[in-house]
Ligand binder design. Structure first.
Ligand code: SF4
Length: 334
């Protein structure tokens, strides 16, 4: 297999925040996240709202500066780049945002919104060349080129997300980060946008990092899944392995929360209970122990490291998840 296009090692993002007593607290939003992204694959990062997944990718793309860690994009340390080198590297790593409307300037035409990245980079020689690039990109994302003079408010939610996708892919990036790209859309539109992303990936060999709280959506697009909880990765593996044999108790509870036909949705015993602890005051030991139905005494004292279950399937839990967690729980997922 070729070298991964992206390697992230021990990525951290800490914030300082004020507390009730005026003392500064350290919020550990992302606390030592590592992963690799291969050419042409889709890696999903999943977890509840507040688990650190969006902050992790913002730190990765340096929308917020990471506190620590290594980000190697095609072997080059993205974290240490500045000036023209950073601008050049940013051509290869783009982002699609959750809310297509708020991420589009309402006073700009669709033509100018989509062209913005190539305008900033002076990546065209004539107005005609610019026009061809923009109109071709509109066609690639299923937008009628005759709409180029319209403004964002004249489009539906799905069409606005297509505009956001066009702007992200116009420079043929190698990595696109999709931050909850369909969660603001109707279910019928979600499927169309997912299919569009897959088609673009097939044609352009783009690698996606797909952020989502919705495992039902992730199942249809991801090759691999990274499960995050309170700033940490607690499980990773191929999509089919995570769905067929979820190892971490948190992953199992997340999967149980997906509504399924014929499965009672009001059975509290199989759903995730309690609130996510504050990242300013994370639990000692295993970060999940305050909500884990299988927690033992050692779980509140020591933090489990990542251990290999099978091939690339890894999990951070003390239990031998194939033996220690009852098979009745597994049956609830099926
Ligand atoms: Fe639960 Fe303990 Fe495993 Fe953490 S280490 S997930 S608390 S059983």
């Amino acid at each position: 297999m070729s070298e991964p296009i992206l390697r992230v090692r021990n990525l951290k993002k800490y914030y300082k925040s004020g507390s009730m007593f005026g003392k500064k607290e350290t919020v550990r939003a992302v606390d030592g996240v590592s992963f690799e992204l291969n050419h042409g694959e889709t890696l999903a990062i999943v977890g509840e709202s507040g688990c650190g997944k969006s902050t992790a990718v913002k730190a990765l793309i340096r929308i917020v500066e990471p506190t620590d860690g290594e980000i190697l994009l095609e072997g080059e340390d993205f974290r240490t780049l500045s000036g023209a080198k950073l601008q050049a590297a940013r051509r290869n790593i783009k982002m699609i945002f959750q809310d297509p409307y708020s991420s589009l300037n309402p006073r700009m035409t669709v033509r100018d919104i989509i062209a913005e990245p190539i305008d900033i980079d002076h990546a065209w020689k004539t107005r005609q060349e610019r026009e061809e690039i923009v109109l071709n990109t509109m066609q690639e994302v299923g937008l009628d080129p005759s709409y180029a003079d319209r403004y964002p408010h004249e489009f539906s939610g799905g069409q606005r997300q297509r505009i956001g996708i066009a702007r992200a892919i116009i420079q043929r990036p190698k990595v696109v980060i999709c931050d909850e790209p369909v969660s603001a859309l109707d279910v019928s539109i979600q499927a169309k946008i997912i299919n569009l992303l897959r088609e673009i990936q097939r044609k352009q060999d783009i690698s996606y990092i797909f952020i989502s709280h919705d495992l039902g959506v992730v199942e249809h697009i991801a090759n691999r899944i990274l499960v995050m909880y309170l700033g940490h990765v607690v499980e990773e593996g191929r999509t089919e392995d995570i769905f067929a044999h979820p190892a971490h108790p948190y992953t199992r509870l997340l999967l149980n929360s997906i509504p399924k036909i014929g499965k009672p949705t009001d059975d509290e015993s199989v759903l995730l209970e309690g609130d996510l602890p504050s990242p300013a005051n994370p639990p000692h030991g295993c970060v999940f122990h305050t909500r884990c139905p299988y927690a033992e005494a050692r779980c509140s004292q020591d933090a489990p490291g990542m251990k290999t279950i099978d091939g690339i399937h890894r999990c951070a839990c003390f239990l031998d998840t194939s033996a220690d967690i009852s098979h009745a729980d597994l049956a609830m997922n099926s």
